[in-house]
Each structure stands twice: as C-alpha cells, then as structure tokens.
Design a protein around this ligand. Sequence first.
Ligand SMILES: [Zn+2]
Length: 144
Amino acid sequence: MIELVAKKSNKDSKPAYLRRAIDKAIPEALTILTERYTIPAGHELERFDFSTARRGAHFVPHKNLIELGCNNYLSTYKRKTVGEYFEGGKVDLDCALACKIVHELTHWVQYIEGRRYSEVETTENELALIRKFHPYWAKRIKTL
Ligand SMILES: [Zn+2]
C-alpha cells in the first residue's frame, strides 16, 4: 500500500493552479508505480513535500520525503538501454510534475527494495506516464 499526500502546510501556501496541478499529478504517478511494482507491505510514503525554490527534484530516503521543483520544464535521461528519451522543453505543468514525482518514487521503490538507483527505470516510468496520461507530448519522445 502506498499513500502519497502533499504536506498540507506546504501545499496550502502554494497558488491554486499549482495545487490543482499537484493534485492531478500524484494519482497519475501512483498509477504508473503500482502498475509496475508491488510495494512491500509496511511501506507507505506519507509525506510529500515540494518546493518552488529548487530547480531539481530529489528524494530524501531517511526523511521519507520527496522534493521537486514546481516548474513546467521536463527532460529525461538518455539511456541506451531504454532506447528513447524525452526531448527537453516546456510541457503542461501537471505533466512535468507527474513525471518528476514518478521519477522520485521510482528511486523510492529502488531504495525500499535495496536495489541500486537506476535512471533506466526512472526514464522508462516517465515515458510510460507521458504515453498513458499525456499522449499529446509523446511526440517529443525520441529514439536514441
Ligand atoms: Zn534519478
């Protein structure tokens, strides 16, 4: 079971358009994650924090915390084993946020499963999310 809730105190201080985008992005990211992984019992991601100050996203394991920059820029890693990547640029805010969230949640899964962090999986999951929920932007997925 995985439950992801934006930290209320933080979320409330954000503008309405950003709260709406986050509320849309979280279920999309969780859908991709639960389709691809079985989350071990006892692991729940209860806190979700986000920042407009930071540009990059990151995951803080011991705090069970994900931070992500709330901007509409999206790009993915270019990994030969994935064979494709997302060409960097601006997209819809909720699309960018959902990809950043699924990226960091993938690292969270790797962490709780005791595996090495891999940007292959994060990239695959971001591309899967774009295709499922934001097909308009799939045109910017390019082969390597
Ligand atoms: Zn990463």
